[in-house]
Design a binder for this molecule. Structure first.
Ligand SMILES: C[S@@+](CC[C@H](N)C(=O)[O-])C[C@H]1O[C@@H](n2cnc3c(N)ncnc32)[C@H](O)[C@@H]1O
Length: 376
């Protein structure tokens, strides 16, 4: 055995894959595939996929500049010339021309004769302010990944992202307002897209009282309150986040319907009385032991007919490694805890915590959030 290749365990599948890999890595085969009319579309798509992988970091930086210069907002009223945009941004006109052409190629902008307007992707970003907020906060992850090998060896961790999410690695309950405010504002900006997915997949109207654990500034509860006007609302989050939520729910006119508890969801007794509990973008932040502990506490707090609703981006269920998993796996490694999970992985943890009826509910855009409903 050399380098971990155990010939004795080679299966027929391994053998066929080796033949496939040999063919795909052969220059002669690549030339033939590109020349032959039937395989040409596949060869072109594979070349384009590889090009996107090599060039993706440049695409991301084009997007970062558009967001930082607020180009999409500037173009909301209508198209502008490169010269006008260059003057506003204090960027030399030639360099602005390069940026605008790159953004147009990426469909963020659109060239309209001598001017530039919003492209389909730029317009979509304008409609979802959470996306721009996400793009901006990626600066921390980008810095952590600047030497990705050192990052994986853990010998040069910039730890910028783990400072941004301090509850992932440190004393969560003692966090100050200053420490929780940036991530709470980011979650608030991106929450409407997530709430739309969860509320499209599950109706809270049939319940009496909802407890949103790790509920952030209360944005999700505000969205739920609009579609389930009779529902009593409870939120549990770290003390300083809870204080922000209290203000928000008050401003939204929900003071009489909502109770906010500041504490640690692993230590503070969970408030009683809720017949539905939600975990929105909470589970993927934590390692399995923490999740098991939290699920068990939730199961014990729910009445026999109660439900747990989990909403977050989930990786492909059939063990497939999709782009979403690649992103979240590296993101959560930099953050310091958690991992992306598939429906099957969550189902296993839920069963181990005593939930017997676990179902997934289709959402319109699973990339934003998938939904699981578990009952005791
Ligand atoms: C990724 S945010 C999601 C916020 C909100 N659910 C949303 O989707 O916008 C995770 C939330 O869990 C909270 N949290 C993390 N650890 C916690 C703990 N031990 N106890 C209580 N809340 C915690 C954080 O403060 C944060 O508000």
């Amino acid at each position: 055995m050399a380098f971990g290749h155990d010939m004795a365990q080679t299966s027929l599948g391994d053998h066929l894959r080796r033949i496939r890999d040999g063919l795909l890595s052969s220059r002669r085969f690549q030339r033939l595939a590109a020349a032959f009319l039937l395989t040409r579309p596949i060869a072109r798509r594979r070349a384009a996929d590889l090009f996107d992988l090599c060039a993706g970091f440049v695409y991301s930086q084009v997007l970062v500049v558009c967001v930082r210069l607020r180009l999409f907002q500037q173009l909301r009223p209508g198209p502008l010339t490169a010269a006008a945009l260059a003057a506003r941004a204090s960027i030399p006109p030639d360099a602005m021309g390069v940026l605008l052409e790159a953004a147009a190629a990426l469909r963020l902008l659109e060239r309209r004769e001598e001017r530039y307007g919003l492209g389909p992707l730029g317009a979509a970003i304008l409609g979802n302010p959470g996306i721009a907020a996400m793009v901006e906060h990626h600066a921390a992850l980008y810095a952590d990944l600047s030497d990705p090998v050192a990052f994986l060896r853990e010998d040069a961790c910039g730890c910028r992202l783990s400072s941004y999410w301090p509850y992932a690695t440190g004393d969560a309950v003692g966090l100050t307002r200053e420490a929780v405010s940036p991530y709470t504002a980011l979650m608030s900006a991106s929450q409407p897209m997530v709430a739309e997915m969860v509320l499209g997949a599950y109706s809270f109207r049939k319940h009496r009282c909802l407890l949103d654990i790790g509920g952030g500034d209360g944005s999700f509860l505000v969205s739920v309150s609009q579609v389930a006007p009779k529902l009593e609302l409870k939120l549990l989050d770290l003390p300083e986040v809870a204080a922000i939520a209290r203000d928000k729910l008050c401003t939204a006119g929900l003071a009489s319907r909502a109770t906010v508890i500041g504490g640690d969801f692993l230590k503070t007794p969970l408030p009683q009385g809720a017949d539905v509990i939600s975990l929105i973008r909470v589970v993927h932040d934590h390692d399995d032991e923490v999740v098991l502990d939290l699920f068990t506490r939730i199961r014990n707090a729910l009445p026999p007919d109660g439900a747990l609703v989990i909403g977050e981006p989930m990786s492909a269920s059939r063990g497939g490694a999709d782009a979403l998993s690649a992103y979240f796996a590296l993101y959560l490694l930099a953050m310091g805890s958690g991992r992306p999970r598939s429906f099957v992985a969550l189902q296993r943890l839920l069963s181990r915590s005593g939930f017997s009826d676990v179902r997934d509910r289709p959402t319109r855009i699973p990339l934003i959030a998938s939904v699981i409903v578990a009952r005791r």
